[in-house]
Design a protein around this ligand. Structure first.
Ligand SMILES: [Ca+2]
Length: 111
């Protein structure tokens, strides 16, 4: 493992352990595994959080994030399918349709 890779792994470890209340890197990866076409527009913190770069004490979930929180199992795996038919942000567009369109399912202004 070269120096750059070691640095990245160390950085990710710090991030993962210091942000226990946030979606873990694994959960974000799970989202992108479930919705690979959403990566360009929704592969980021603000898909589920109010802040674009949330800190541990400032990690308020948006409406979509709150609905996802209701569907996390003991291994912190999220059942994304269970909230697909919801309209978390109340803008009249179902979550799954927003994800397919690349709009934010947790931001009423994005539809
Ligand atoms: Ca919506």
């Amino acid at each position: 493992m070269n120096h750059t890779k070691k640095s990245i792994v160390a950085l990710l470890s710090v991030f993962a352990t210091s942000t226990t209340l946030l979606a873990t890197v694994a959960q974000q990866k799970d989202f992108l595994t479930k919705y690979p076409d959403a990566k360009a527009k929704l592969g980021k913190c603000s898909t589920c959080h109010v802040k674009a770069m949330p800190k541990k004490d400032d990690s308020v979930a948006n409406a979509y994030g709150l609905d996802l929180k209701k569907n996390i199992d003991k291994d912190k795996k999220i059942d994304f399918a269970k909230v697909e038919d919801l309209d978390s942000d109340g803008d009249g567009v179902k979550n799954v349709d927003e994800i397919k369109a690349g709009t934010n399912p947790g931001d009423k202004a994005s539809k």
